[in-house]
Every structure is written in structure tokens, then in C-alpha cells.
Design a protein around this ligand. Structure first.
Ligand code: PLP
Length: 317
């Protein structure tokens, strides 16, 4: 499978500190390029390679106003010479945040859609581009799909190698889980290596039932299409919706405090929408489940530009 690499891998694994007698390590996927990176970079390296093979001229994708996937699609696709069109969901909370600055800098075409009309908007946009003689390539929101899943199976390969270098084994891997592809890739790696890690996705939006359903579908599809074997999910997937709050991008005080503590203890910045929520969830999960004596890996999936959208919430009187 081809990839257009924007980075050299592996991303570093750093020891962060001890917590309730566990060793916490952080895998720094936030250090990927371009434009302040994150987990979407690994996925887009694969999608854009396929787009180039197909000789398309337009990259079209969909997302929310805070989408890291949309921001990175714009900057990576433009670097490779593609035109980009974003289909964005209208919402009362949309304001001119950092993503829009990037879209303007790159003269990005935007089609606004009502949240309940997304499939029609995608269909109409693609057929209008075809009518105008273009050859568009559509990437599902969040980089969902077998290629996106494969990106995090490759990250799992890296983790297996890094364990050898560090001479340890991770018992648990925590990360922020949204569209579920990152988790599907990590769980697929776990299945393919027959390793006994627990991959724990902390939901940033979806409820437990929906989240698990999509992750299970992604794992089954990926293992069938890319590795040619039929897999039946028997083990429970660990997808925790307890820390979502009132929904996607709902920020509450524990998240702000967690981000402050992590920043003050290290050079690591988290964001409130994804990694801050996930990190807080991880700490609470460790404490409430009395986990002790384990090596725990937190995958920092990026999202740092979103932190600046919430600057006023961090202000201390
Ligand atoms: C910073 C960040 N972390 C985690 C995720 C979740 O990744 P996935 O959609 O693969 O579950 C996203 C997705 O939007 C993200 O932007």
C-alpha cells in the first residue's frame, strides 16, 4: 500500500511519570507535520497516495468546524498540488476559529450543509464537480475507512518495535476515540499480533453502543479487505463514553485542570476537545478501576491548534 510520507517514523514514546503506581508513557503523534500534526496525518498520507495514483484533481472531504481532519486535508492536499473542497456542517457554535484562518490562507472552497443533509450535500457536490469536468476523490469525515484503519495498524507496528527498544510491554493503550478508525487500527494490530494489550478508546462524542458498532464494523472490514480473513469480534471492545460530558466539544473543569497539570509537569500540550478529554478520562479510569503496577501508553493524537480557541477558559483570576 502506497504512502506519501510527510514525516519520518516512528514518533517518539516518552516517559511522562508515575500515576497510582503505574508508569505512564506518551506516544507523540502530535509531533507529526504539517500544521501542528496529529493522528489524521498518518491517515492522509495513505489517502492522498491513493488519490495521486488515481490521478484526481480535487480532494473533497467533510467535517465539523473544529475538525483537525479538515485542517490537515487542506494543508497536505495543497502541498501535493490538489484543489480542495470542504463540506462543513453548519452549527450555532461555529465562529471564526483557527481552522478558518487556515482555510482562508489556502483559499479553500467551502460548501456549508445542514447536519441532517450531509449525504445529499456530498452527493450533489461530487456530481457538480464531475459535471464541470473534474475528477474528485472523496475522503470520509475523520479519515474513516480501511486506509485510515491501516494507518493505525502501522502505528501499532511501531509500538511493538518501541517496546523492544524500551525493554517493556504496554498493558494498556489509551487514546481519544472519535470516528473510531484510530481505535480500529490499534485493535486490528492487537489481533494480528495476538498480543494481549487492552486498547481503551475514550469517546469524545459518541455513545457507547454507536461507538462500538462503528469500530467493530471498521475492524471486520479492514481485516477482510486488507488481510483477507474473516474475523468475528468476540472480545468486548473498550470504548468509554463516560467522559463525553454534554457532547462533542463540551468542555468541563476537570478537562481544563488536566491540561494545566500536564502542561505544568512537562512540555506536552493537550487540547480540550480530544486529547485533554481523553487524558482526563485515562486518569479517572485508572483511579476508579484501581489499576496498579502497569505500563500504560497514551497516544497523543494532536489537536493542539484547538487549544487556542479556548484561551479564555484557562484564564485564572
Ligand atoms: C486530535 C484528535 N484526536 C483523536 C481523534 C479521534 O480519531 P478517530 O476519528 O480516528 O477516532 C481525532 C479525530 O477527529 C482528532 O482530531
Amino acid at each position: 500500500m502506497n504512502s506519501i510520507k510527510f514525516n519520518t517514523y516512528p514518533t517518539p514514546v516518552e516517559f511522562y511519570g508515575e500515576y497510582y503506581n503505574n508508569n505512564i508513557y506518551i506516544k507523540r503523534d502530535d509531533l507529526t507535520e504539517p500544521t501542528l500534526g496529529g493522528n489524521k496525518v498518518r491517515k492522509l498520507e495513505l489517502f492522498l497516495a491513493e488519490a495521486r495514483e488515481k490521478k484526481v484533481d480535487y480532494i473533497v472531504t467533510y467535517g465539523s468546524a473544529q475538525s483537525n481532519h479538515c485542517r490537515l486535508t487542506v494543508t497536505m492536499a495543497r502541498k501535493l498540488g490538489f484543489k480542495v473542497l470542504l463540506i462543513l456542517a453548519k452549527s450555532d457554535s461555529v465562529h471564526y476559529n483557527g481552522n478558518f484562518l487556515i482555510y482562508d490562507l489556502y483559499n479553500t472552497e467551502i460548501v456549508w450543509t445542514e447536519t441532517d443533509k450531509v449525504p445529499e450535500s456530498i452527493k450533489d457536490t461530487l456530481s457538480s464537480l464531475l459535471d464541470k469536468g473534474h475528477n474528485p476523490y472523496f475522503i470520509q469525515g475523520g479519515g474513516h475507512g480501511d486506509l485510515g484503519t491501516h494507518a493505525y495498524k502501522l502505528a501499532f507496528d511501531e509500538i511493538m518495535e518501541q517496546e523492544k527498544e524500551l525493554e517493556l510491554s504496554f498493558n494498556k493503550i489509551f487514546h481519544a476515540s472519535g470516528t473510531g478508525t484510530t481505535q480500529a487500527g490499534l485493535v486490528s494490530g492487537n489481533i494480528l499480533y495476538n498480543s494481549n494489550k487492552e486498547v481503551i478508546g475514550i469517546s469524545v462524542a459518541r455513545n457507547n453502543a454507536r461507538g462500538k458498532e462503528v469500530i467493530a464494523e471498521s475492524i471486520i472490514s479492514y481485516l477482510k479487505n486488507i488481510h483477507e480473513f474473516n474475523y468475528h469480534i468476540t472480545n468486548e471492545l473498550t470504548f468509554i463514553d463516560k467522559y463525553v460530558g454534554n457532547g462533542y466539544a463540551h468542555i468541563y473543569p476537570e478537562i481544563i485542570n488536566t491540561i494545566k497539570n500536564v502542561a505544568r509537569n512537562s512540555s506536552v500540550l493537550l487540547d480540550p476537545v480530544y486529547t485533554g478529554k481523553a487524558y482526563y478520562g485515562m486518569l479517572d479510569y485508572i483511579k476508579t478501576n484501581s489499576i496498579s503496577g502497569e505500563n500504560i501508553l497514551f497516544i497523543h493524537t494532536g489537536g493542539i491548534p484547538l487549544l487556542f480557541n479556548y484561551a479564555s477558559e484557562f484564564k485564572e483570576e
